[in-house]
Write a protein that binds this ligand. Structure first.
Ligand code: ADP
Length: 346
């Protein structure tokens, strides 16, 4: 069953255009919806979960009209919202039993089996008699997934689930999610690039209500090969580099600022090529630079070898001598009458 979203738009009464004509075709499997805070992810998730109205557009889950036939969607939907409340005094097993009843599993024996299976699947069996308000963040999120999975849904929506989890809890949670994508459309909304690179076979990047890229993560990365360059830059020089070059990211690594720039060739010989990753894709797209995964070589669908991080850059290049301080040398101290910087007079 595919989910096909066409031209979905939503403007809030305060005039914020949260979604501007979003179109996506999503097949069964894990789909990552990646975007910064305020991009429109939750609005899209809530509309698909039938909790909010769209102003315009269409969404179809197989034969179901998602925007109109809300009852049919709800029967086959599992939704883990960003925040969910639980009755503080109840145990995990009691609460799950309650939700299973609400979802229409009325036969007691079937409900007991369902609850037990879900507690085991989410690794909460040993905590089944514990009160929910004693759960850690990761346990709560796994409990949320157990609730979302009641009734074997075909559409599973998980909104920003890893925010606030510590690394061990996050890894356990992502492992659990990775098992869900076999039969259902699973949409994972997140602002964390690693959530998508670790889990998702397809993804879209959303920003200010518009889809900027829809692609297979590996192919999007492939499209950047040979187009990302890096070097360490002293902090004081950063503004000038940002002014002169298409900087896609600046990261602090071991107290140094590592700059990635986009281009068909390195700006000069002091920049070295980067093995691109999904973060480079994300930052490139967010800078408004177009990435064309369809033009990249197809990526075989085999397990990848572990990502090998490039060695740290040994040292800053020698400062330029007076002779090679040409007009394109952004790293030289500014002379009294600065020559024009390359790209600065655009
Ligand atoms: P995300 O989930 O990507 O952070 P949201 O869908 O929550 O994005 O928000 C998209 C935009 O819509 C933001 O600018 C946000 O401030 C605005 N917004 C969200 N909900 C409401 C609301 N109920 N009323 C008005 N504006 C809203």
């Amino acid at each position: 069953m595919n989910l096909v979203i066409t031209q979905l738009s939503k403007t809030y009464p305060n005039g914020v255009h949260a979604l501007r004509g979003v179109s996506l075709a999503i097949q069964p499997g894990m789909f990552g919806l990646l975007g910064p805070n305020g991009a429109g992810k939750s609005t899209l998730m809530r509309i698909l979960a039938t909790l909010q109205e769209a102003d315009f557009g269409e969404a179809r889950l197989g034969g179901i009209d998602v925007l109109r036939d809300k009852e049919s969607v709800r029967r086959t939907l599992g939704y883990l919202p960003q925040e969910f409340g639980v009755y503080p005094g109840t145990t995990a097993a009691e609460m799950l039993d309650h939700f299973a009843l609400l979802k229409g599993i009325t036969a007691k024996g079937e409900r007991r089996d369902t609850v037990a299976a879900l507690l085991r699947q989410t690794n909460l069996w040993d905590a089944r008699a514990r009160r929910l308000d004693s759960f850690s963040g990761g346990m709560r999120q796994r409990f949320g997934i157990a609730v979302a999975l009641i009734g074997d849904p075909r559409l599973i929506i998980v909104d920003e689930p890893t925010a606030g989890l510590d690394p061990a809890e996050r890894a356990r949670f992502l492992n659990l999610l990775s098992e869900l994508g076999e039969r259902a459309v699973v949409i994972l909304s997140t602002h964390i690039v690693e959530d998508v690179s670790e889990l998702c076979t397809r993804m879209a990047i959303i920003d200010r209500g518009s889809i900027r890229l829809a692609a297979e993560p590996m192919q999007a990365v492939e499209a950047l090969r040979g187009r990302v360059w890096r070097r360490g830059v002293e902090r004081a020089l950063l503004p000038r580099v940002e002014e002169a070059l298409p900087v896609i990211s600046t990261t602090l690594v071991g107290g140094r600022t590592l700059v990635h720039v986009y281009g068909d060739a390195p700006p000069d010989s002091t920049w070295e090529p980067v093995e691109p990753d999904l973060k480079d894709v994300y930052f490139t797209v967010m800078k408004g630079i177009e990435v064309h995964p369809e033009a990249a070589a197809p990526v075989p669908h085999e397990p990848l070898p572990p990502l090998v991080l490039p060695p740290p850059i040994a040292r800053e290049p020698e400062p330029p001598t007076a002779d090679d301080r040409g007009p394109t040398d952004w790293f030289a101290p500014r002379p009294a009458e600065p020559p024009p910087l390359r790209g600065a007079d655009r």
